[in-house]
Design a protein around this ligand. Structure first.
Ligand SMILES: [Zn+2]
Ligand SMILES: [Zn+2]
Length: 558
């Protein structure tokens, strides 16, 4: 029973300004005393704008304050954008975690690496199972997606039922796992769904995403035409796709060799839940060398051009055991994730340069299907669930707003598209944004979690654009120059007309003059000496190059 002051709220702290970094909260109770559940805790990835930062986390600061009121963290599936942040952020939230077996297997591996496995209470839930967390009565609904065990959540509360879809599509033949449990969703619709919080990734795409079985039907004959070595690149987490590539190899007399750490990790996770059992054993990279070119299929990580992944190393000729060349083929059974266009292009150019024939989704449309619902599938889901309120998530602003318009066209009575940090009251009354709390991103920079706008990355970006100059000077006890100023420049161009040694002399002279202009008192203070040197060198750089590099000053006293 709900009391008069109880409210049901939805609060996205990630995943509602971007595709990725999913971090959803549902709250129940009076505004001053809500109980919370967390649904998913994922990461997103850095790009050229975040040099040196590969992993980006949602900022949990707001909910961290109420950590003792978090009843549980429920993970819908094992994609990085849904569970990748658990090992980073769990110490700040400290609630029990609920997941199905495949997801729990991968989570345990991550927690073991982070040395947290003994601390985190993990509850393994069966597919279609139930989780009772205070006022939240949660039931898992089996869906289809691009990873084993994708679950939607029916979250029943005294103020109404939420269908949190997680990531999904309607795959009539997913190859691994069951089909979408439409009966469960229909039944939920019959009982009444207050709000559906739904995947928006493919809201701009007409039709349907297509089935994993279509990919299998395409890949087997395609690989049959290939004569040399074959490499297939796909996301390791798409176990059905791994399975398809392996079977396409076997069907064409090829043995399969996994290349890349996450391929082995996912294969182990898949086998732990009974998948991929009836394949021939995979052969090792060393053994593969003893097979004829036409007898081998490499299943590789690195479809997104990740520099340290297997395929990039193969493309650069630096992989210790795997080499591809003229007559060989590489099949990209994957899509280009926005932001990865440049690394993928470089990777493909490197492979092409070696004489490797490339097969991509663009020229061979059947070799990949998306894991997210296109418009026909979204419409079907709305027909099954018939929610009162449509709450788009898992998208950038443009996806969420398009999804709002789409739901309006489908006559969903209310639609609301919160941004990260917006508190949406779902009940009682009309859905409404009632509050805004801090939400943002944290960067994992060389293993350290730092704020999004921290100094280190700002300086690194600045240095990347403008170069860097180091100035050092040695002063004696009376602040007279003993040696220097010495100047070094990093990442700044010079030419024969104005060669480097002249440039450095001029910069040193500018620094020395600045130092001489300082009063005796100011010279006694390291800070004021550093400021004077830095200013003088920046000003001279502006004159020489028209830019202001990062200037690092060192004052030594003897
Ligand atoms: Zn996702
Ligand atoms: Zn997913």
């Amino acid at each position: 029973m709900a009391s008069k002051s109880d409210e049901l709220v939805f609060l996205p702290l990630g995943g509602s300004n971007e595709i990725g970094m999913n971090f959803n909260l549902y709250g129940f109770g009076p505004p001053h005393d809500r109980r919370w559940i967390v649904v998913d805790l994922g990461v997103t990835f850095g790009d050229q704008l975040t040099p040196g930062v590969d992993i980006i986390l949602p900022d949990p600061s707001y909910i961290e304050e109420y950590a003792d009121r978090i009843l549980g963290i429920v993970l819908t599936h094992a994609h990085e954008d849904h569970l990748g942040a658990v090992a980073w952020l769990w110490p700040r939230l400290r609630a029990p975690v609920y997941a199905t077996p495949f997801t729990a297997f991968l989570l345990r591996e991550k927690l073991r690496e982070a040395d947290l496995l003994d601390e985190v209470e993990i509850h393994e839930v069966a597919l279609g199972g139930k989780i009772q967390l205070g006022p939240f009565d949660i039931e898992l609904i089996t869906l289809t997606h691009s990873i084993p065990e994708p679950n939607g959540l029916a979250i029943k509360t005294p103020l109404g039922t939420i269908l949190h879809t997680g990531d999904w599509k309607i795959d009539p033949e997913p190859l691994l796992g069951s089909v979408t449990d439409q009966d469960a969703i229909r039944k939920l619709g019959d009982e009444g769904v207050l709000a559906m919080v739904c995947d928006s990734t493919n809201v701009f795409v007409d039709g349907t995403a297509g089935s994993e079985s279509d990919v299998r039907a395409t890949l087997i004959p395609l690989i049959g035409q290939m004569k040399g070595k074959v490499a297939v690149a796909c996301f390791a987490s798409n176990v059905a796709r791994m399975d398809t590539a392996a079977r396409a190899g076997e069907a064409n007399g090829r043995r399969v060799c996994l290349v890349g750490r996450s391929m082995h990790r996912m294969a182990a996770a898949a086998k732990s839940v009974g998948l991929m059992q009836d394949l021939q054993p995979f052969i090792t990279e060393q053994d593969a060398k003893n097979y004829p070119s036409q007898g081998i299929l490499y299943l590789c990580t690195g479809s997104q051009g990740e520099p340290r992944a297997a395929l990039s190393r193969i493309a650069e000729g630096t992989h210790p055991h795997v080499a591809l060349g003229a007559g060989d083929a590489c099949v990209f059974s994957s899509r280009v994730i926005p932001g990865n266009e440049i690394p993928i292009r470089n990777l493909q150019n490197n492979l092409a340069d070696r004489g490797v024939r490339l097969y991509t989704e663009r020229d061979h449309p059947g070799i990949h299907v998306s894991g997210h619902p296109c418009r026909d599938e979204l419409a079907e889901m709305y027909r099954w669930a018939r929610p009162q309120i449509a709450v788009p998530t898992h998208g950038e602003r443009r996806h969420l707003l398009e999804h709002v318009a789409f739901a309006r066209d489908l006559q969903v009575p209310q639609q609301i598209a919160p941004r990260n940090g917006d508190v949406v009251r779902l009940a009682p009354g009309r859905a409404e944004i009632v509050d805004e709390v801090p939400a943002g991103r944290l960067y994992v920079d060389a293993g350290v979690v730092v704020p999004e706008n921290g100094d280190a990355l700002r300086e690194r970006r600045h240095a990347a654009h403008n170069g860097m100059i180091a100035v050092s000077v040695v002063l004696d006890g009376r602040s007279r120059i003993v040696a220097g100023p010495a100047v070094k420049a990093v990442g700044l161009p010079t030419d024969d007309d104005y060669p480097l040694d002249e440039v450095l002399d001029d910069l040193a002279e500018a620094a020395e003059e600045a130092l001489k202009r300082l009063s005796g008192d100011a010279r006694d203070l390291d800070d004021s000496v550093e400021t004077a040197l830095s200013r003088a060198v920046k000003k001279a750089s502006q004159r020489i190059w028209g830019r202001r590099p990062v200037v690092e000053t060192t004052v030594l006293r003897v």
